[in-house]
Design a protein around this ligand. Structure first.
Ligand SMILES: CSCCC(=O)C(=O)COP(=O)(O)O
Ligand SMILES: [Zn+2]
Length: 207
C-alpha cells in the first residue's frame, strides 16, 4: 500500500468511527488529512455526501488553496479553506469538523463571551493541560456565511499544532499532529460539552 492509500484508509476509518457516533447528521461535517509532513497536499471529504457511507468517492486530493490537484468531478468540502488554513499555519496532519447538538448548544450559550472554559475536569489533559488549576479555553467564532470570511476569523486561533475552535450554532473544528490526536481532541471536546450541559441542567444553570 502506498502513502496515499494509507492516508485515504486512515481518514476513511476515522470517518467510519465518527459516523458510528452519529456525528454526520444531514450530510454535515468534513474531514481532512495531510498526505505527509512535507507535502502541501491533503485529502478532504467531497462536499454534500452522506458521510455515513464508505465509497471510493469520499475524498479528493487538494492543495493549500483548497483546489483539486487531480482530474475529478468531485467538489471539495465547502469548508476546505478552514482545513487549508490549519495546514498553512501549523504542522498539523489531520483536521476534523462535526456538527453535534452538544457543540451547537455550548457555542450558543457561550457565544457572546467568544469562548468557553473548562477547569477541574480530567479530560482537559487530552489537550496536554496537566496542572491542577489548568483551564482549557475553546474559542467561539461567528458563523459567517462567507467561507473566506469564516476562514479569516478561524485563522486567528491557529497558534499550535493542535487545537479546537467552535463555530457558533454550526459545529467544531479540531486539529492535531495526526489522525489519532485529532480524534482524541474531538472526543474529549464533545465529552466536555456534554458534561457541561448535563451539569447546567442538573444545577439549574448555576455552573
Ligand atoms: C448540510 S451541512 C451544511 C454545510 C456544512 O456545514 C458542512 O459541514 C458540510 O459541508 P460539506 O461541503 O463539507 O459537505
Ligand atoms: Zn459544517
Amino acid at each position: 500500500m502506498n502513502l496515499y492509500e494509507q492516508k485515504w484508509n486512515e481518514l476513511a476509518d476515522i470517518k467510519d468511527e465518527l459516523a458510528q457516533r452519529d456525528w454526520f447528521m444531514g450530510t454535515s461535517g468534513n474531514l481532512a488529512i495531510k498526505v505527509s509532513d512535507t507535502s502541501s497536499h491533503f485529502y478532504v471529504t467531497a462536499s454534500g455526501k452522506d458521510k455515513k457511507q464508505r465509497t471510493n468517492e469520499d475524498f479528493l486530493l487538494v492543495n493549500l488553496e483548497g483546489l483539486p490537484v487531480e482530474d475529478t468531478n468531485l467538489k471539495p468540502s465547502a469548508e476546505t479553506l478552514l482545513h487549508s488554513a490549519i495546514y498553512r499555519q501549523s504542522n498539523a496532519g489531520c483536521s476534523l469538523h462535526v456538527h453535534t447538538v452538544a457543540n451547537n448548544v455550548i457555542s450558543e450559550l457561550y457565544g457572546e463571551n467568544g469562548q468557553v472554559e473548562f477547569q477541574d475536569q480530567e479530560l482537559i489533559k487530552a489537550f496536554d493541560l496537566w496542572e491542577e488549576d489548568a483551564v482549557l479555553t475553546i474559542p467561539i467564532i461567528n458563523n459567517y456565511a462567507s467561507i473566506p470570511r469564516l476562514a479569516e476569523a478561524f485563522k486567528e486561533h491557529i497558534n499550535s499544532d493542535k487545537g479546537a475552535v467552535l463555530i457558533r450554532n454550526h459545529g467544531i473544528t479540531v486539529w492535531g499532529r495526526n489522525g489519532f490526536e485529532a480524534k482524541k481532541l474531538l472526543e474529549a471536546s464533545e465529552f466536555l460539552f456534554q458534561y457541561k450541559l448535563k451539569l447546567l441542567q442538573l444545577t439549574g444553570g448555576k455552573n
